[in-house]
Design a protein around this ligand. Structure first.
Ligand SMILES: Cc1ncc(COP(=O)(O)O)c(C=O)c1O
Length: 387
């Protein structure tokens, strides 16, 4: 999924053969350099401790991240966001033969988790403006096999969990996929506390990213947390005593936990900068180009994981931007129901026309906390020339 592009080592060879700096989609080296001495010393401390898996750093990170999300919240750190989705689904009772309602334009991560479980993803269409799961479409996708609905806070735009909760019957869990929305707020608190339980990814490009893979499950429900805690380590109830089937090894390591602890206190500030960058894009070009943006009628704090625009000639625009030195990416080009891996083992609940059109039109623009105003001006001017 063109991840290397997103890491932002963006240089381009121009037609005259001179190498110039691209305006990158992301620049993780800049983020590291901002906190280099703190990160280096945290990493060194772990290396010198001689304790590398499930130790004091992971425990402390779990506490700090839970407190960041809200009061009464618990956190179980795991190896990556896809595992977090799978384990949280298993922890709320999703098993083989049951159904999970989700959107088809959110990258396929929930579908991947369902495939591992043997559950059936059921795709419901999304709302036109923010491209999040439509509560009305969720209502029509329910069946007596539905065990959970996964709402992805796509691009950092907080989904309408309240409205989804209001259409699902008791016994169907509402799970948030917060992998693109760390720190965002909806009515009632931060993401991760709005549904029954939540999954986070700490992939390096995320709003809160490790120096490698990482993930977490967050919930206020002790039983969900305890089940996830057991599943992430062989199904053990205590050392060498396995009580749950489908356990595995999915642990966040101490180095990643230490890096995440250094970055967490900076998350709200970084999110504010992401948001300001997205607002600049929209204010500069919103009269000429359509942007995926939060609804103006529902108060949320959008954390602009990505700044996403839409255009029927998306591929031409992205190619021209690349020629002008501006990096873009597509999140995501192929809807899940059209993916070979999922097509035969999933179900579409009615038309998915909004999701399909979105996949053909969306493109992501440079939007990250360390993007400076000069780079942003260059990128806005380049896109302005094309639309
Ligand atoms: C919305 C969403 N969910 C889940 C994931 C999966 O996370 P990971 O790559 O850590 O497995 C990602 C990340 O890539 C994501 O963007």
């Amino acid at each position: 999924m063109c991840r290397l592009d997103e890491l932002g080592f963006g240089f381009v060879l121009t037609r005259v053969g001179v190498t110039t700096r691209m305006v990158p989609l992301n620049d993780l080296r800049k983020q590291y350099e901002e906190l280099a001495s703190e990160i280096d010393s945290a990493v060194s401390k772990v290396l010198h401790s001689g304790w590398y898996v499930l130790g004091e750093q992971t425990l402390a990170f779990e506490e700090e991240f839970a407190a960041f999300c809200g009061s009464g919240v618990g956190c179980v750190a795991v190896a990556n966001g896809t595992d977090a989705l799978e384990l949280v689904l298993r922890s709320v009772g999703v098993d083989a033969g049951t159904e999970v309602i989700t959107a088809a334009n959110a990258g396929g991560y929930t579908s991947t988790a369902c495939m591992a479980i043997g559950a059936t993803p059921v795709y419901a269409d999304v709302d036109e403006a923010a491209l999040g799961l439509s509560p009305a479409c969720v209502a029509t996708a329910l069946s007596d096999r539905t065990r959970a609905v996964v709402v992805t806070h796509l691009y950092g735009i907080v989904g309408d969990i309240q409205a989804v909760k209001s259409v699902v019957p008791a016994g169907v869990s509402v799970i948030e996929d917060c992998s693109q929305a760390h720190g965002g707020r909806g009515a009632g608190g931060r993401v991760g506390t709005l549904g029954d339980a939540a999954a986070f990814s700490f992939y390096p490009t995320k709003n809160l990213g490790a120096a490698g893979d990482g993930g977490a499950i967050v919930s206020k429900a002790p039983l969900i947390l305890e089940t996830a805690r057991r599943l992430r380590q062989y199904g053990w109830v205590r050392r060498n005593e396995a009580c749950l089937t489908n356990g595995r090894n999915s642990r966040l390591d101490e180095l990643q936990a230490a890096v995440l602890r250094v970055k967490l206190p900076h998350l709200d500030r970084w999110n504010a900068r992401r948001h300001a960058v997205a607002v600049r894009w929209r204010e500069s070009l919103g009269d000429r180009l359509s942007f995926v943006q939060p609804s103006s009628t529902r108060p949320t704090q959008d954390v602009a994981h990505l700044c996403v625009a839409r255009h029927a000639e998306r591929d031409r625009i992205c190619a021209s931007l690349r020629d002008r030195g501006v990096q873009t990416a597509v999140h995501f080009p192929i809807p899940d129901h059209q993916q070979t891996a999922f097509a035969a083992s999933s179900r579409c609940a009615g038309s998915l026309a909004v999701a399909e059109t979105a996949c053909a039109e969306v493109f992501s623009l440079p939007c990250f906390p360390q993007l400076d105003d000069r780079e942003l001006d260059i990128a806005i001017a380049a896109l302005g020339d094309l639309v």
